[in-house]
Design a protein around this ligand. Structure first.
Ligand SMILES: [Zn+2]
Length: 201
């Protein structure tokens, strides 16, 4: 785990290639504190309109009623949500970063997806229409964007693809990606300033 309370040194200018390496290497250790950052998958977003969700409960809590959040699922009012990895290619590399976002499936697809996850064969469902239910960027991203949940085999976290061409990340996700510097700026916008401090140390 990242030591969030340790104060990072003032940010230095890190060359683009080095920043990309730090972002994408699963075993990169921070120069200031020696922590393994795992920066490619470290940034998670909240569901839209739910700024302070409670601590995650076990998945079985979804079988009850009312608003619930777990590590993988959530129910907010009538909206059934799944957590997914939104991949963004890192320019100049073969690697991606993966934002953890929330996506809203129809109640029927949600039930099918959850059963498939329990059996480990949700990938057999194929792509599922889902609204992106997190704002990216946090400050200026649209609320509710069209996209697809792509289930993966073995019960892993599904992948989310934005299909709305007007979304600010659509072009980056489909081809080309973002530079490491742009991704770090996005991380900062998404509230991951502590992580950014360690990446630039
Ligand atoms: Zn550090």
């Amino acid at each position: 785990m990242l030591k969030l309370f340790r104060r990072a040194k003032p940010p230095k200018v890190v060359p683009e290639r080095e920043l990309a390496r730090r972002l994408t290497s699963p075993d990169y250790r921070c120069a200031c504190c020696g922590e393994i950052l795992g920066a490619a998958t470290a940034v998670g977003l909240r569901p839209v309109g739910w700024p302070h969700p409670p601590a995650p409960q076990p998945d079985e809590a979804m079988d009850g009623s009312g608003d619930v959040i777990t590590e993988r699922y959530a129910r907010r009012g009538r909206d059934m949500l799944v957590r997914a990895h939104l991949p963004i290619p890192v320019k100049g590399t073969e690697d991606h970063v993966f934002l953890s976002v929330w996506a809203n499936l129809s109640p029927g697809d949600f039930a099918r997806f959850r059963s498939g996850q329990e059996r480990g064969d949700a990938d057999r469902l194929g792509d599922l229409f889902a609204w992106l239910y997190s704002r990216v960027p946090a400050s200026s991203g649209p609320v509710l964007t069209k996209g697809l949940i792509v289930p993966v085999a073995g019960g892993g976290m599904p992948v989310y693809w934005i299909t709305e061409p007007k979304h600010p990340l659509h072009a980056a996700q489909q081809d080309g990606g973002l530079t490491a510097t742009e991704i770090v700026a996005l991380y900062e916008d998404l509230g991951a300033g502590d992580l950014v401090g360690h990446l630039k140390a």
